[in-house]
Design a protein around this ligand. Structure first.
Ligand SMILES: [Mn+2]
Length: 359
């Protein structure tokens, strides 16, 4: 399939690339890197999205190449007449926002480059692999099949950001030795300052954002005997701290950093319902759990929007846990009683303490 994609791209002259709404580092990074690469190979490229990039990516070289879809005839014409249309980091028309129907309805070859599950069937060619760390990794593979020597600093920066942001800074289980080698190659080819890139993306929090984090942390709850943790971002705390929802990026990872917790859930209250973010550690998969609520995503990172108030949504989602992950329980027996041996040991400790306090 990669060969066919390569051939099609090489013979094309105009190419449109789009990524999902509320784009993240992987969406923008893979789109931008691929766009610059194709331009360097003589193609006319347009990068058209529903939303602008988050402020944490505003420093990326050549980020001004991105256009916001405005529905104008001129833009629609460019999309309708493009030889090739590429979608990165989502496989779903709806996730493309307002630009989705124009891309799906265009006459050119539709190419998917993505790592989500269950792709829609309107793509002509796909380079899609669920186990890939990021769409950035797949874009690199495509470039590798063409000519890696044309990678410059701007492309390398964009791909580095794509992979870094989708892998929690290279910590997830899908970051293989190959991915580390790929990263090393990008650093060399682009002359990248990786510490600076990390700071440019992550050390951008405002004091308001940290106050929001402190309010979210105060809502921490542990469910199912320590297997699941949850936090809440309420409309009130957004208002009180004066921070934007963009600042909550990464909050859910704090839950996963608790020992024993296998799934972290972040509930964000909105006017129309509750947004649920799911994160899990390696072996526990959450995308089906999110799908059961009308959402989707990856095995270890997924999301859903539930049109119910906060408290109802929390109960609904948390109660479903046993259907989607294999919960492990501590030594306590099912009725909450300690095994006889442990109870005896505990009471001996309590007796000692009791005696002590009498003295
Ligand atoms: Mn991604």
């Amino acid at each position: 399939m990669l060969d066919q994609i390569l051939t099609r791209l090489q013979e094309a002259s105009s190419i449109v690339i789009s990524t999902h709404t509320r784009p993240d580092g992987d969406g923008i990074g893979s789109q931008l890197a691929l766009g610059l690469f194709l331009e360097k190979h003589g193609k006319t490229v347009a990068l058209i999205n529903h939303d602008r990039p988050p402020y944490t990516l505003d420093w990326l070289p050549e980020i001004d190449h991105l256009e916001i879809f405005d529905g104008s005839l001129e833009q629609r014409e460019r999309i309708a007449s493009a030889d090739v249309l590429i979608v990165t980091d989502t496989n779903n028309e709806e996730r493309l926002g307002d630009v989705g129907s124009s891309i799906k309805g265009a006459s050119g070859t539709k190419i998917l480059i993505d790592h989500h599950t269950d792709s829609e069937d309107w793509f002509d060619l796909e380079h899609s692999r669920e186990t890939a760390s990021s769409t950035g990794e797949l874009v690199y593979e495509l470039m590798d099949s063409w000519n890696l020597d044309t990678i410059d600093t701007a492309m390398a920066s964009a791909l580095y950001v794509a992979i870094m942001t989708d892998t929690g800074s290279f910590r997830f289980s899908n970051v293989t030795a190959d991915v580390h080698r790929l990263i090393g190659d990008l650093i060399e080819r682009g002359g990248l300052d990786s510490a600076q890139i990390h700071a440019d993306v992550y050390d951008r929090r405002s004091a308001e954002g940290i106050r929001l984090l402190s309010q979210a942390l105060a809502t921490l709850e542990i469910h199912h005997d320590g297997n699941v943790g949850s936090m809440i971002i309420s409309r009130r705390s957004l208002h009180e701290t004066g921070s934007s929802i963009e600042e909550a990026e990464g909050f859910v990872n704090h839950i996963l950093s608790i020992e024993g917790v296998r799934v972290g859930l972040l509930f964000t209250e909105t006017e129309r319902g509750t947004k649920v973010s799911f994160r899990s550690k390696a072996g526990d998969h959450v995308h089906k759990w999110a799908q059961a609520l009308g959402g989707g995503g990856h095995r270890n990172a997924a999301g859903a929007f539930v049109r119910k108030p906060l408290e109802k949504t929390i109960r609904l989602v948390v109660d479903k846990a046993p259907q989607f992950i294999e919960l492990s329980y501590s030594k306590k027996s099912s009725d909450g009683e300690l095994p006889a041996e442990d109870a005896e040991y505990l009471s001996s400790l309590l007796n000692v303490e009791h005696k002590g306090s009498e003295e």
